[in-house]
Design a protein around this ligand. Structure first.
Ligand code: SF4
Ligand code: SF4
Length: 429
């Protein structure tokens, strides 16, 4: 096949601060728009009328349920992660209130300041660093009042390569959660450093997200959205574990980039074809003002919970495995081939109780595997109470009172232990 014509060359900083910049050829036939196709009037409408909310709030019932179907080893590991993570999340929550330790230099050149901060963040371990405005359209309803500052630094830390290729596995879970723990701690140090330059710095924890971060990463030029629903960053694709720091430092914003990913995914489709739960959509749809391949959550979640976080859609992505430069060079040279597609190396995976699945092979599941509670914990408890009422299981008198008291206790316990006071925090602060 004839080579593809290159439409533009994108130059990006090297993967490590000491690496030279890389150049990525973007085939002309894959080019669409810098960043993401968006209908701003629809984004505005949905964010105003139906603001997004954190999974921790809207999907609390299945989050709680997921802990009950983990393997004992995965359960222990998750508990360890929570123990390590809890102080990091608690510390991040209050970072917006901490005052800078000095006055900022009024003479500073914003461009120079931006590059100084970027360099520091890269030296501290964030391989991808970009700046943009804090887009309130993508901030969760319960966190809107928590947000203090208008500029964001988008930070991506690379999850280790080797264990990621063994997904789904405990080794992959260790690097997945371990990367979040590392970046959660490093970001607190980076915020301290920014305060010593004279600026506020509010840490948006990767384990207690304040919104949908990907659109801001795309706006800051750090990648584009893949068909697997993940940010595909140039060096390590979806192995990017992302978080943000918002600030009042007068930084200069980066521009969104057209990496060709929006169209490339439609030709690649490896994640769509390899997803064991059939949870990824082949075609793109317009959803809340964005054109994307929408993930079907209720199919993904049960498989993810039972199979060590699954993540097969991350593992089989050629951009994760080979990097965007190699993938696009191969596509151009071969006239449109997808690097690694159809190979066991890229597409193969093993599910613990089902065995190995190579290209073209998928596991099957009993339909019951997809049964799980939906929505909020308190709603599920209420539905249960309603069922009991309608089926006359709640009788008048002491026995009935006991059931009602049990319901009230369960709701109270849940609300207390899961700290659902974000809005209250915003009002008090
Ligand atoms: S995590 Fe697994 S089940 Fe969920 S979309 Fe990815 S491949 Fe499918
Ligand atoms: S596997 Fe292919 S289709 Fe899926 S996100 Fe990666 S590049 Fe896009």
């Amino acid at each position: 096949m004839a080579k593809k014509t290159v439409g533009q060359i994108v130059t990006r900083p090297g993967r490590l601060p000491s690496d030279p910049p890389v150049t990525i050829p973007i085939p002309e036939n894959l080019m669409t728009v810098p960043g993401a196709p968006v209908r701003q009037n629809e984004v505005d409408f949905y964010s105003r009328e139906y603001p997004i909310e954190s999974q921790n709030v809207d999907y609390s019932a299945d989050r709680q349920w997921a802990m009950t179907v983990l393997t004992p080893e995965a359960y222990e590991h998750r508990k360890d992660h929570e123990r390590i993570n809890a102080p990091l999340v608690a510390a991040a929550r209050h970072t917006g209130d901490i005052e800078p330790t000095v006055a900022p230099n009024p003479e500073i050149d914003p461009k120079e300041l931006t590059e100084t901060i970027r360099q520091k963040a890269r030296e501290m371990g964030f391989a991808e660093v970009g700046f943009t405005y804090l887009n309130r359209d993508y901030i969760y309803k319960s966190k809107k009042r928590w947000i203090r500052f208008d500029h964001v630094m988008c930070l991506a830390m690379e999850q280790e390569y080797e264990p990621t290729q063994t997904i789904p596995s405990m080794a992959a879970e260790h690097t997945h959660f371990g990367t979040y723990e590392t970046e959660g701690a490093v970001a607190l140090e980076l915020a301290d450093w920014m305060r010593a330059l004279g600026y506020h710095a509010q840490v948006h924890s990767p384990n207690d997200n304040s919104g949908a971060y990907i659109p801001m990463f795309v706006q800051a030029g750090l990648g584009q959205l893949g068909a697997n629903g993940q940010l595909l960053s140039p060096h390590f694709g979806s192995r990017a574990r992302i978080m943000m720091i918002s600030t009042d430092a007068p930084v200069v914003y980066d521009d969104p980039v057209d990496y060709g990913i929006h169209k490339f995914c439609q030709e690649c489709q490896v994640c769509v074809q390899r997803c064991p739960a059939r949870a990824l959509m082949k075609e793109k749809i317009w959803y809340r003002g964005a054109e994307k391949n929408k993930l079907i959550y209720k199919r993904c979640r049960p498989v993810m919970a039972r199979y060590l976080g699954c993540g097969i859609c991350m593992k089989v992505c050629p951009i994760q495995k080979f990097g965007l430069q190699a993938v696009m060079e191969h596509y151009v040279e071969t006239g449109g081939e997808i690097l690694g597609k159809g190979t066991h190396n890229l597409e193969g995976y093993t599910l613990e109780d089902k065995g190995y699945f190579g290209p073209g092979e998928l596991p099957t599941f009993d339909p019951e595997i997809f049964d799980m509670p939906h929505g909020k914990v308190e709603d599920v408890l209420f539905e249960d109470l309603k069922d009991k009422l309608l089926s006359n299981q709640i009788v008048e008198g002491a026995e009935g009172d006991l059931v009602l008291r049990d319901f009230a206790h369960k709701v109270k316990d849940y609300v207390k232990t899961h700290d659902m006071n974000w809005e209250k925090y915003g009002e008090e602060a």
